[in-house]
Design a protein around this ligand. Structure first.
Ligand SMILES: Nc1ncnc2c1ncn2[C@@H]1O[C@H](COP(=O)(O)OP(=O)(O)OP(=O)(O)O)[C@@H](O)[C@H]1O
Length: 615
């Protein structure tokens, strides 16, 4: 019901306190993102990763604070309905000229749903749709930074323009040779665009803030020519000293010189950069919706929810994702079913065929070989969320109290939920409420993919599988359970890990060689006769589980035999313990300028690295 009068004096104060809570959140979020530039300039890689991790927790901390404050001052959980309706109207009024209204609305929802019982979820207190438009928000103050800058070069000034684009970011470190890098960028633009007619509207649009993640800073923009728009991104890196052959490189303490490593073009290359399997970017944004709109023009297939998440605004991403999901449910009629593939021992996984995500619920009990608890599993999923996912671990969205329409569930799935997850299931009328679940991108489970693939696809997937493990190793992650079924293949043919319940930090593991048997009895024993401690890992024993298929075995041994050698794992562990932060490039190695120059053989992609479509 719409309140006809705003007559309760508490309502305005509550709305104002709520907005102050949000403003504090965004101030801190923005500060953590803005200082990424200094950390990049100081080569403070551990600091950058820490900031990426810690920023994820900011939102919940601020929601907790706001809930406590409102409860203490206004006893808000006991306020009558009419007052809440007035609070919402005041809040809408306060947002009229706000620069992050959509985020502030989500904050309102988070606080409200914490204060009010969940039976209120469907009513008019919360923002089920945005009330304030996010179109055309800009800060018009003279000193304000626009969301993006436009440059209008001619054929003769294109080089100068790209130099200026880089200078305008005012990085305090010097470039090794910016002219050389810009020449490479122009050459890459030449091959990307081919011969083209220079239209009157030719322009380069560049987002005003750099995108920071791990050891990189990215310039993101598009080239507009006539009706054609070409998205691009330019990764800027530090030149690290090359170690002597055979030596472990020392962790970088001094900032080096900068260089542009590659030029990425088009939607697909940008999708790889902004993948759901990577850590969130740190970007200093005053008007996030304008960034999202610009990025959407570069990647029209990427939902807005995912773009918000990659910008670190994962609660907004989660909110939009849920709205999209409800909309999909309204406009579809198929049924939720048990996900294809080998069933999980700790997770019950289901999907909706028409929808490209899976839903994962932790079971109430597990077989004896799974020595774990619900808390431990949740902690592992949280670890992955906060860690650098290096393009190899899928991001998950965690939800509580999700109401599904029961009639859209296959009976077999309901029976499994009742059997394996009774503590998380509430059935009321046509509502099937799941109290806790994770949602994750659907991929083709690698075991299924390998069974159905051609020899070339199989070879590609096995090489990719080893690369995925090696990328995780670089990021200090030991996947624990490396069976094929725990990996999936994405639309772009990338292999990504998704089973986190046995994940460990590499630095917590002991990589050991299998001891030599001391007598015949030990040698002939079918059992493990040597002592195994909790974090012991025996890489030599992976083979029998992974390499039963001869085609798989041949490719694996040709490319990744080192994964069966304890020395490989131990060496990586030592490098990480010595403080080294690895580079994991979110683009194909053959895109790197210096790799192309130094090793012409790498110019053409290795056929096994070429991305094969999944049928
Ligand atoms: N993102 C995904 N896309 C497609 N299928 C998935 C996805 N995640 C899980 N599955 C399917 O669900 C199954 C179980 O998932 P998962 O491996 O996460 O559960 P688990 O209980 O942790 O498994 P395990 O028994 O190996 O510990 C997978 O083998 C796969 O078939």
């Amino acid at each position: 019901m719409f309140p006809h009068e705003l007559n309760d004096p508490r309502a305005f104060e509550i709305a104002q306190a709520l907005l102050e809570g949000f403003n504090k959140h965004y101030r801190l979020f923005r500060a953590a993102s803005a200082t990424a530039k200094q950390r990049f300039e100081q080569a403070d890689w551990h600091g950058q990763q820490r900031a990426q991790r810690e920023r994820i927790e900011f939102y919940d901390l601020r929601v907790d604070e706001a809930v406590a404050l409102l409860e203490e001052r206004y006893k808000t959980s006991r306020l009558p309905t009419e007052v809440w309706q007035q609070v919402k109207l005041h809040y809408i009024g306060l947002l009229t000229n706000h620069r992050q209204p959509e985020l502030a609305e989500t904050f309102f929802n988070s606080v409200c749903t914490r204060l009010l019982h969940h039976s209120y979820f469907h009513n008019e207190f919360i923002f089920v749709r945005p009330a304030i438009s996010t179109e055309y928000i800009e800060n018009d103050e003279p000193a304000a930074q626009p969301t993006y800058r436009c440059y209008y070069p001619s054929q003769d000034t294109l080089r100068d323009t790209f130099m200026r684009i880089v200078w305008n970011f005012q990085l305090t470190l010097e470039f090794e040779d910016l002219g050389r890098d810009i020449d490479c960028v122009l050459q890459a633009i030449g091959s990307e665009l081919g011969a083209f007619r220079w239209r009157t509207n030719f322009q380069v649009q560049v987002l005003s803030s750099l995108f920071f993640r791990n050891k990189g800073a990215y310039i993101v923009g598009k080239i507009v020519n006539g009706f054609t728009e070409t998205p691009f991104a330019l990764p800027i890196l530090h030149r690290e000293p090359t170690p002597a052959p055979g030596r472990v490189p020392a962790p970088q303490k001094q900032p080096g010189l900068l260089y542009i490593d590659a030029a990425l073009f088009g939607e697909d290359e940008l999708l790889m950069l902004f993948s759901f399997a990577r850590a969130y970017f740190l970007v200093d944004m005053e008007v996030p919706s304008a960034y999202v709109q610009f990025l959407r023009s570069l990647m029209p297939r990427k939902p807005r929810s995912e773009i918000y998440s990659t910008l670190g605004l994962q609660k907004q991403g989660k909110n939009l994702f849920y709205r999209d999901f409800l909309n999909h449910l309204r406009h579809s009629s198929d049924k939720f079913r048990i996900a294809p593939g080998i069933k999980g021992m700790v997770m019950l996984v289901f999907d909706l065929p028409s929808y490209p995500f899976v839903f994962k619920v932790i079971k109430d009990f597990y077989p004896p070989q799974k020595d774990t608890t619900r808390e431990q599993i949740q902690a592992k999923y949280l670890l992955v969320k906060q860690h650098d996912r290096v393009g190899r671990m899928a991001d998950t969205l965690e939800y509580t109290q999700v109401a599904f329409p029961r009639h859209r569930f296959e009976e077999e799935l309901i029976a499994e939920l009742r059997h394996f997850c009774p503590s998380l299931l509430e059935e009321s009328g046509d509502d099937l409420i799941i109290k806790h679940l994770y949602i994750e991108r659907r991929m083709v489970p690698l075991n299924i993919y390998l069974q159905e693939s051609s020899p070339a696809q199989l070879a590609h997937a096995v090489v990719e599988y080893g690369n995925a493990i090696k990328d995780m190793v670089s990021a200090n992650i030991f996947p624990g359970d490396m069976l094929w079924k725990n990996f999936g293949v994405t639309r772009h043919g990338k292999v990504v890990f998704y089973d986190y319940d046995e994940i460990e930090y590499l630095t917590d593991c002991q990589f050991r060689a299998v001891p030599q048997p001391r007598n015949e009895e030990e040698e002939m024993s079918g059992e493990i006769w040597y002592q195994v401690n909790k974090h012991d890992v025996f890489p030599e024993t992976f083979g029998p589980f992974l390499l039963g298929h001869p085609g798989v075995r041949d490719v694996f041994m040709a490319h990744h035999a080192d994964l069966l050698d304890p020395a490989f794992w131990q060496a990586h562990k030592e490098r990480i313990l010595a403080g080294h932060v690895h580079d994991v490039f979110p683009y194909d190695p053959h895109k790197r300028f210096h790799v192309r120059d130094l090793a012409p053989a790498l110019k053409a992609p290795d056929p096994e690295h070429r991305e094969l479509p999944i049928q």
